[in-house]
Design a protein around this ligand. Structure first.
Ligand code: AMP
Length: 339
């Protein structure tokens, strides 16, 4: 048994073992063994992070210029380093940090982008009130060795006379595509721009925005983009609520209502585990959970094929349950693989 837990991030530790003091570097996810590497001597007695005064504090370089950002990526590639990209709109939480963690585990350099992308918000949506907190974001990131944070201005991304957009793939059309027409055009356009500014090796997205991840995967394949897409599991609060920057909008009683989304998804999982195969029955039960909790309105509750996002009527294969609801003025989405 290793003496210490699996590391949650890259860390450098000073180790005092019975063959003398030494310094070991542990990559993300490695087990810190109870022996030092010099010869299998047991009884590591001390570990402390030695990157600065407190455990694992790092300072990311913040860039606003696409040109400078691209040059740094090119430099990293020139010396053979791989680059991971985590696109975000900021207001970071543990969900975003799990993507950062995944990138650090796989890539030599990690870049987080923070950009509240105006083109993916529809008129009347929450673009103006979307939480913006770059200093707080940097504070959260300081626990992770993220080399660069790219935080461009709107003018940097959309200069005057900007008028070229991506036409998103067919998988963007149902569900979010119906409820938020134009949303995925903005998403694909900004993500393609980010992939050009930051030609990373791997880009990390969350399962939480499942349809978005499928849209990006399709775009990457259709446009032959030389980047690997990883989709990481949804991070939840202990009670099951999926983390989202928009949870900040919720009053405590609204959060309770929002919790019915994951409860509904859990019920769907249970029903299928008990042998229910009729989508209509499962959907009816999930809707009832949402309505009884008091959601303001339901944009959709559906069971879909995870590749095509097309509705299924019988649950025989892996199926994705997807939900989008309004709780007061806040729109929440979540999903779960069932069956
Ligand atoms: P956003 O800042 O909302 O645009 O999200 C940036 C990335 O973080 C997207 O790929 C999201 O899918 C992902 N993400 C958001 N919430 C979560 C979560 N709870 N767990 C995992 N990934 C998430």
């Amino acid at each position: 048994m290793p003496l210490f837990a699996r590391t949650s991030r890259f860390m450098r530790v000073a180790v005092s073992s019975n063959c003398g003091p030494c310094t070991l570097e542990y990559a993300h996810g490695n087990e810190i063994p109870d022996t030092c590497r010099k010869g299998g001597v047991s009884s590591v007695s001390l570990t402390t992070a030695i990157d600065g005064s407190s455990m694992g504090r790092y300072t990311s370089q913040v860039l606003h210029s696409s040109h400078e950002m691209r040059q740094l990526v090119a430099q990293a590639h020139r010396v053979g380093q791989s680059v991971g990209l985590v696109p975000t709109m900021g207001a970071l939480h543990r969900g975003h940090l799990s993507l950062v963690d995944a990138s650090i585990g796989e890539c030599d350099r990690t870049i987080v982008t923070i950009f509240v992308n105006p083109t993916q918000f529809l008129p009347g949506e929450d673009y103006d009130r979307y939480p913006r907190s770059v200093p707080a974001d940097l504070e959260l990131l300081s626990e992770y060795p993220v080399e660069w944070v790219f935080a461009p201005s709107v003018e940097e991304m959309y200069p005057r006379r900007f008028s070229t957009y991506v036409h998103p793939p067919a998988v963007s059309e149902p569900w979010e595509g119906v409820q938020r027409p134009g949303h995925f055009r903005g998403v694909t356009t900004v993500v393609l721009k980010l992939f050009h500014i930051i030609p990373a090796d791997v880009a990390y997205f969350g399962h939480k925005d499942y349809q978005q991840s499928q849209v990006i995967r399709r775009m990457v394949e259709d446009l032959s983009l030389p980047i690997t897409i990883r989709v990481c599991p949804t991070v939840r609060d202990p009670d099951g609520m999926a983390l989202s920057s928009r949870n900040q909008y919720l009053q405590p009683h609204e959060r309770n209502i929002g919790l019915s989304i994951s409860q509904g998804l859990n019920l769907a999982t249970d029903l299928v585990a008990q042998g229910e195969r009729r989508a209509s029955v499962v959907l009816e039960r999930v809707r009832r959970v949402l309505e009884e909790a008091g959601v303001t309105s339901i944009d959709y509750v559906a069971l879909v094929h995870p590749d095509t996002m097309e509705s299924v009527s019988t649950i025989n294969n892996p199926t994705l349950a997807i939900v989008a609801v309004w709780v007061g003025a806040t729109r929440l989405i979540d999903n779960r693989l069932i069956g």
